[in-house]
Each structure stands twice: as C-alpha cells, then as structure tokens.
Write a protein that binds this ligand. Structure first.
Ligand SMILES: Nc1ccn([C@@H]2O[C@H](COP(=O)(O)O)[C@@H](O)[C@H]2O)c(=O)n1
Ligand SMILES: C[C@@]1(CO)OP(=O)(O)OP(=O)(O)OC[C@H]1O
Length: 161
C-alpha cells in the first residue's frame, strides 16, 4: 500500500537569526523567523508526511501559540511525526523537495540537507532529493523577503507493517 503527501511552507527573513534549512546551518547575513527555528524545509517535509497519513498539518500538532514550541528544533518535531508514520506501518518510498530562494546559493549545502533528512526519516540518501530554484527575482522570494519550499512524499508499507 502506498500513501502520497505534499507540503508547502514559507518563512520570512530577519537580521540576527541563523539560517537553518533542512537541518543544516547555512552561513548567511540573515536567517528565517518563526515561532520555532523556522526551518522551512523540515516544516515542509513534516507537512508532507502528515498529509500522507491524513493527520493534518504541523500547526495542529505543534501550535505556534504553545510556548513549548518556541525556538523548537524542527528536526525534533519531524522525528516525532516520523515515529507516528512508522507506528502506522509506513516507511519512506522517496521524497522530492524544492527550496525556492533567490539567495543564498543552496547548491553547496544540498548534499548535507539530503543526508540529514535521510537520517531523520530512517532512510537512505538515495530516497531523498533536494533541489533549489530562484524565482528570477520575481515575487517575495525574488525580492529576498523570505524562502518557500515544497515537497512531495511517497510512503510505502513496511515489511513488518
Ligand atoms: N537559492 C538557490 C537557487 C538556485 N540554485 C541552483 O541554481 C540553479 C539555477 O537556478 P534558476 O532559478 O536560475 O533555475 C538551480 O537549478 C540550482 O541548482 C541554488 O543553488 N540555490
Ligand atoms: C513549527 C511551529 C511551532 O513552533 O512554528 P513556526 O516556526 O512559526 O512554523 P510554521 O511553519 O508556521 O508551523 C507551525 C508552527 O506551529
């Protein structure tokens, strides 16, 4: 049995914040803001996983009004949701992610993100694809106001599921 899910998220840039994308800290002049660490890519992966198991979205499980999730490590949030996925008898088939950012250049960090996401999803890096695109300076991403990302995930029934 297969389940598919998709995720989409946006976070705004602000000065004085670290830039954390896909669980990787990227050297840059500014970072993303959010209630959590604002890891836009891990939020997207989390939402895709939740979508695939029909469990709503990240905000339903980790409300941005709850002080418990203030400055939360998004890798921990994803790990929690991934345990739910596995408890339902699923494992990763594959996931394909796109980061939409005018800058910084993601290419030097893509492999690290891929490896990190694979680790969080108990999968092999070959099951994870991460890519990036600009929007040719158009729109809020093109103006450098924030970063968006999207992902499509395929879950497959585990052998022991
Ligand atoms: N933030 C980004 C955006 C893009 N890339 C890489 O550059 C290639 C060309 O981007 P276009 O938007 O002009 O198509 C893209 O395929 C990525 O490999 C990047 O590293 N970081
Ligand atoms: C992750 C949570 C919780 O800390 O906060 P944010 O960092 O604001 O992220 P968002 O993508 O708006 O999703 C859900 C939130 O509830």
């Amino acid at each position: 049995m297969f389940r598919v899910g998709q995720g989409f998220d946006v976070h705004e840039f602000a000065e004085g914040r670290p830039l954390i994308i896909g669980g990787v800290t990227i050297p840059y002049e500014k970072g993303l803001i959010g209630h959590s660490d604002a890891d836009v890519l891990l939020h997207t992966v989390t939402d895709a996983a939740l979508g695939a198991i029909g469990e709503g979205d990240i905000g339903r499980h980790f409300p941005d009004t709850d002080p418990e999730f203030k400055d939360a490590d998004s890798a921990k949030l994803l790990s929690y949701i991934w345990k739910m996925v596995e408890a339902r008898g699923y494992q990763l088939g594959n996931i394909d992610c796109t980061i939409i950012a005018q800058a910084p250049k993601m290419a030097p960090h893509i492999e690290a993100m891929r490896n990190r996401i694979a680790g969080l999803l108990n999968a092999d890096p070959s099951q994870v694809n991460v890519k990036a695109t600009t929007t040719e300076k158009l729109g809020f991403t093109g103006r450098g106001e924030g970063i968006a990302s999207q992902a499509t995930i395929l879950l497959v029934q585990s052998n022991n599921g």
